[in-house]
Design a protein around this ligand. Structure first.
Ligand code: ZN
Ligand code: FE
Length: 254
């Protein structure tokens, strides 16, 4: 097992530090900015051995330069996206089995938010790092990919073990809950979750990680084929990808 530390960054980003207890290696997922990560590492007298990048946006990579100079970690990211990522020491692609320390990561292409976005799973630890693909009750905005791309990406993640924990790149839960309720108002699991998550937020506790099971029950972007949602949005005649596209468009204008 390993422990995973949540490091809040910028106004609503999360970075994660995976501590590999067996080898004492520390692995960072995304570097939105360096200061909070550096503070955490130094306060705990920790090394930084690897950085995993999910995608090229500044709020996921801007801290890398500084951290690389100070701690000399190996930088890992998508081969497909290397033209716009910081220099990579290890290039990965879907299907790569990435072994670092005692940990084995699987890599998934999750196009949609960007093209070249990847997610990393640690199946032994039941953890999935999704960046801006699958989020707590939401998914990333479609800046580069099509609804079809994101739908396929989410479908891939849906097939992972239901108890896997989702570590996403942002704290967007407050607005995601309200949107989810607007398209899925009769979902009792969703109303119950709203109460739970709002209480966490009020106490300043991150809403990550969530479980895939919770997302399947309450995340509208995984539920386009749910009869209640399809009926509520008057889209029972549409195919699943068109339904997904409609939900995504509604969120963009919410
Ligand atoms: Zn992004
Ligand atoms: Fe982001």
């Amino acid at each position: 097992m390993s422990s995973i530390e949540i490091i809040p960054c910028l106004s609503d980003n999360y970075a994660y530090i995976i501590k590999d207890d067996q080898t004492n290696k520390n692995i960072l997922v995304d570097a939105p900015e360096h200061a909070p990560i550096e503070r955490y590492l130094d306060e705990n007298a920790m090394s930084l051995d690897f950085i995993l990048i999910t995608h090229h946006h500044g709020d996921h990579i801007d801290g890398i330069n500084h951290l690389k100079l100070k701690y000399t970690p190996k930088i890992i990211g998508a081969k497909r996206d290397k033209h716009r990522l910081p220099p990579l020491d290890i290039e990965v692609e879907e299907g790569t089995e990435l072994s670092i320390g005692s940990k084995k990561f699987d890599i998934y292409d999750v196009d949609g938010h960007t093209l070249g976005h990847i997610a990393y799973s640690l199946l032994d630890d039941r953890a999935l790092f999704t960046g801006d693909s699958l989020m707590v009750m939401g998914c990333g905005r479609l800046f580069e990919g099509t609804p079809d791309d994101m739908w396929k990406s989410l479908k891939k993640l849906k097939g992972l073990p239901k108890d896997i924990m989702i570590y996403s790149g942002h704290e967007y839960t407050k607005s995601n809950i309200e949107f989810a309720l607007s398209v899925d108002p009769e979902n009792e699991k969703l109303t119950a979750r709203r109460t739970k998550e709002l209480e966490r937020l009020q106490r300043g506790i991150p809403t990550v990680p969530s479980t895939l099971r919770e997302e399947l029950d309450t995340n509208p972007f995984l539920r386009e084929s749910d009869p209640l949602i399809a009926d509520h949005l008057d889209m029972t005649n549409l195919d699943p990808i068109s339904r997904f596209a409609k939900i995504r468009a509604l969120k963009d204008n919410f």
